[in-house]
Write a protein that binds this ligand. Structure first.
Ligand code: GTP
Ligand code: ZN
Length: 308
């Protein structure tokens, strides 16, 4: 019988069958998937085959995993070679960001977008806390929206607190499987609470903003949306690790740069000081956004051959 994985807590998985029954399941034997060395063989979003183990306790055994359409991974903190699959079979990634209290850095957003490109999952950026934006932030929002729209990314504006912009956001989520992410304090839990009042997930005050160590759990969990579709909450996972991007490959993950690459004089151009560089020329002549070029430069600097 086929089932979908909603939660992974280490040895047990919460799965839902096609008839809508939720049960606990576990693995028997060893799984090797796609040749990936992963600390968790089965991830939230996986389609699996199960067999009933105990009818009374409603537990099952996972006997097989079906091929993944895609997945998102992050490096495990201490062993850089190992990867932790955060979630699989995604239709889109949703980044919660803010322009105030706290302001999400451009670098953070662009790293997220690189992950979306690398894993081939379309991203959406939501700027939340619109109720706090004054003229300066609204202007910045418009600039960012224009910049990201021009390279094919969807951008939305919300105030979860004031219930503004939520209809458009729900429309974007409807009937899709979406991975929710964003750094601490941007309003992810508040948003989840707003669409599922009965869940009452964790929300905290951001006072004396420090932005670190506020999480209690680190397990991804999937929820059925009341209006159709599914959302995967990823508490504790702020950034996806892209461990294997080389300097000369980085620009492949910037769509606006990717389309200029064949015009650079050297095919291993990293677009900094090389003569005949089409990317640098485009940045200097306003054909690609200088902010993105600066992000590219900063991320490039942080790659020390193997990882960043
Ligand atoms: N002004 C304003 N505050 C908001 C809005 N959305 C959320 N907040 C507040 O921002 C603070 C942080 O919100 P959370 O929902 O806990 O943020 P989070 O992204 O889940 O943070 P972590 O759980 O740490 O990852 C809370 O005090 C919320 O009330 C909004 O639209 N406007
Ligand atoms: Zn170049």
């Amino acid at each position: 019988m086929k089932a979908l994985v909603y939660k992974s807590t280490g040895s047990w998985y919460v799965v839902k069958t096609q008839t809508g029954k939720t049960m606990n399941a576990r693995i028997k034997g060893i799984f090797k998937i796609d040749g990936i060395t992963s600390t968790n063989p089965i991830a939230v979003g996986d389609e699996v085959e199960i067999e009933m183990e105990n009818e009374v306790e409603q537990t099952a055994t996972i006997t097989n995993i079906l091929p993944r359409k895609n997945y998102i991974a992050r490096a495990t903190p201490h062993q850089n070679k190992e990867r932790h699959i955060v979630a699989s079979n995604l239709d889109q990634l949703l980044l919660f960001a803010t322009l105030k209290e706290p302001r999400t850095s451009q670098g953070f957003i662009d790293r997220f977008l690189i992950a979306a490109e690398a894993y081939h999952v379309p991203p959406i950026i939501v700027f939340n806390k619109a109720d706090l934006y004054r003229k300066k932030e609204m202007q910045l929002f418009e600039e960012r929206k224009e910049m990201y729209n021009a390279i094919g990314y969807k951008v939305l504006l919300t105030s979860v607190e004031k219930n503004e912009g939520l209809e458009n956001l729900k429309l974007a989520l409807k009937d899709k499987t979406t991975l929710l992410s964003g750094h601490s304090g941007v309003g992810k839990s508040t948003f989840i609470n707003a669409i599922f009042p009965e869940l009452e997930l964790r929300t905290k005050e951001v006072s004396g903003w420090s932005g670190k160590g506020m999480h209690t759990t680190t397990f991804a969990e999937m929820f059925d949306l009341p209006f159709g579709g599914r959302i995967i909450d990823t508490p504790g996972i702020r950034e996806f690790g892209i461990t294997d991007i080389k300097k000369e490959e980085l620009s492949h993950y910037f769509p606006e740069m990717r389309q200029l690459l064949q015009n650079c004089q050297f095919n291993n151009c990293i677009h900094i000081n090389e003569p005949g560089c089409a990317v640098k020329y485009a940045a200097e002549h306003g054909k690609i956004a200088m902010e993105r070029y600066v992000s590219y430069y900063n991320i490039l600097e942080s790659i020390n051959d193997k990882s960043y």
